[in-house]
Ligand binder design. Structure first.
Ligand code: GLC
Length: 564
């Protein structure tokens, strides 16, 4: 790249827009890599020695054996997928026998690309011509994740690389909200690119929660970023990006935020409401399962990517300790199945000392009625939240699916989560996959918990709405647990309507039958979620990008409360 272009680019990213200033004027090493093409020769050398493992794994999955042993050692054959998915906008459908929705989806995904100085850096949240864009004209970090997977699976890693570099640069800004300076590691929830046609300049403006509705903290962004960095590395075989000092430092900054010691007595991460995909008040404050699962997966990904040099060793040690404690805590205290529900129902209260069975002093009367009917004899799930005297029994989709992908769930728990999907298909999948959470809050509870939110009325939006984007996560969980037929069933449901309905953001109603009250159309992650689900089913080895096999060292060893 000519040096003047590099200088322009750096000038443009050091904008002092909306109170955001650069922490230091240093030129990031990472920028030198922006336009480096994927190292295909590197891909090939990796492939030759790993071909056997790959074949084994695909064979295993397609013969429905649940184990994904060796998945960690494979590279997804993006090239293979490329033969079945249009690689460019000029693609001719006549050469391509596939579901017509796939072509529609690829075209829509490419239309959603956002450019910075002529370089694709992300995808816009929604391109709905019929609605006021509000903040949907931004690139959200979490929303880009399924888009990124689609591009990686299609053999187009450049955009993902650009995104990782640009967001790392945004992390390096000094982030101030009113007079308060945010932690150095915070990743933005979203960013937008402003094009000034007169000056021919592009400006990047990041949102760290300051202008988002209700000042919600994007706790999940840093986790998605680390998970995407591993997916990129895994898919391309290009370790040079993650190995860069800037990237190692970016990871360490995120880890400093979430591994820091405070007053907590739990290894789970304490969060404010609205800290993840559920980004409005929905009573998920405390220790939401969505964040705990992402935290666990991000720690495991960072564990793979961190180098011991430059302070990395210390982080690796802290990660190992935290993973151990976190897996124990989640598997023991968040897990609910018929037997455990019965145990809680019979809990004594006011127990003290180390022999307490009811460790969090949960009052059995606080168990909601619905959960007794919802819980099948076969099946189980990680509940929404656990803190002193409070168990949120609601079921959350992302938390449970990511628990499967990260192997936070034991093999038995993974199978039980999938059994629950089977047993409660109408409730969790209904007519449009999938419910973000179950059940909906209604009446008095809705008033108190959501603060009378008109968007989060019962069975709508975050309050029991059905989100097609979740299809990719569900499909990945199905493949990892050897149940691809369940994913196929869900995808068929989506194919009946999604494209005809113009890719809504979410659906409403107990069965997800109605297009969401305020749902955007042409919502990018609905499109990308479908594409990723299809590509994974067609080529299950893609799963290696986002899933990790069980770490046998993390088997819980404690049987009762241990505080010493
Ligand atoms: C909504 C969702 C949030 C998403 C954003 C952009 O606010 O709740 O998770 O990131 O829209 O699509």
């Amino acid at each position: 790249m000519p040096s003047n272009m590099l200088a322009d680019r750096i000038a443009d990213t050091s904008e002092h827009a909306n109170g955001v200033t650069e922490r230091n004027g240093e030129v990031s090493d990472a920028f030198r890599y922006v336009e480096v093409k994927p190292r295909l020769h590197q891909l090939n050398t990796h492939r030759s020695c790993e071909e056997k493992t790959l074949v084994d794994v695909v064979g295993e999955i397609s013969t429905r054996i649940r184990s994904i042993d060796h998945l960690d050692g494979i590279i997804s054959p993006s090239i293979r997928s490329a033969t079945n998915t249009p690689r460019s906008a000029t693609f001719h459908p006549s050469h391509f026998e596939a579901h017509p929705m796939l072509i529609d989806a690829w075209e829509a995904l490419r239309r959603s690309l956002v450019y910075f100085r002529g370089m694709p850096v992300g995808t816009i949240a929604a391109l709905d011509p019929t609605e006021d864009s509000l903040n949907y004209n931004q690139v959200f970090v979490r929303d880009f994740f399924p888009s990124a997977l689609a591009f990686l699976m299609n053999g187009e890693p450049e955009i993902v690389k650009n995104f990782l570099i640009k967001t790392l640069r945004l992390q390096a800004l000094t982030k101030r909200i009113d007079n308060f300076t945010l932690g150095a590691g915070v990743m933005p929830a979203s960013f937008k690119v402003l094009h000034d046609a007169n000056r021919s300049t592009d400006t990047m403006i990041a949102d760290f929660g300051e202008s988002a509705i209700g000042r919600v903290a994007p706790v999940d962004s840093g986790f998605w970023w680390i998970i995407l960095l591993r997916a990129y590395t895994k898919s391309t075989g290009d370790h040079t990006l993650a190995d860069l000092p800037d990237f190692q430092r970016g990871m360490q900054l995120i880890l400093s935020l979430c591994l820091s010691e405070g007053f907590d007595t739990f290894p789970t991460l304490l969060c404010a409401d609205g800290c993840c995909m559920v980004d409005r008040r929905m009573g998920i404050y405390g220790y939401p399962v969505e964040i705990q699962s992402l935290f666990f997966l991000a720690l495991r990904c960072a564990r793979v990517l961190l180098k011991p040099e430059g302070g990395g060793k210390e982080f690796i040690e802290r990660i190992d300790k935290r993973l151990h404690a976190l897996s124990f805590h989640m598997r023991e205290y968040f897990w609910l199945d018929f037997e455990q529900l019965n145990n809680i129902y019979r809990y004594k209260t006011e127990e003290y000392s180390h022999t307490a069975v009811n460790k969090f002093n949960v009052i059995p009367d606080s168990i909601p009625e619905w959960v007794f009917d919802f819980m099948p004899m076969k099946g189980g799930y990680f509940i929404g939240n656990v803190s002193p005297a409070r168990m949120d029994f609601r079921w959350f989709c992302i938390g449970n699916c990511v628990a499967i992908l990260s192997s936070l769930a034991t093999p038995e728990q993974e199978a039980a989560i999938m059994d629950l999907f089977e047993e409660r298909w109408q409730d969790l999948v209904g007519e449009m996959p999938l419910k973000v959470t179950y059940p909906a809050l209604e009446n008095h509870e809705w008033r108190i918990v959501t603060g009378c939110d008109p968007k989060n009325t019962r069975w709508s939006y975050h309050n029991g709405g059905s989100w097609p984007v979740l299809l990719w996560l569900f499909t990945a969980a199905c493949i990892k647990t050897g149940r691809p037929q369940m994913a196929r069933r869900a995808i068929e449901l989506a194919e009946r309507r999604l494209s005809n309905d113009h890719w809504p953001e979410y659906y409403d109603g107990k069965l997800g039958r109605y297009i969401g009250k305020q749902a955007r159309k042409m919502q990018t992650w609905s499109i990308a979620g479908y594409l990723v689900a299809k590509m994974m089913l067609e080529d299950p080895s893609h799963l290696g990008m986002i899933a990790l096999e069980e770490d046998k060292k993390m088997k819980p060893t404690l049987t009762r409360s241990a505080s010493f």
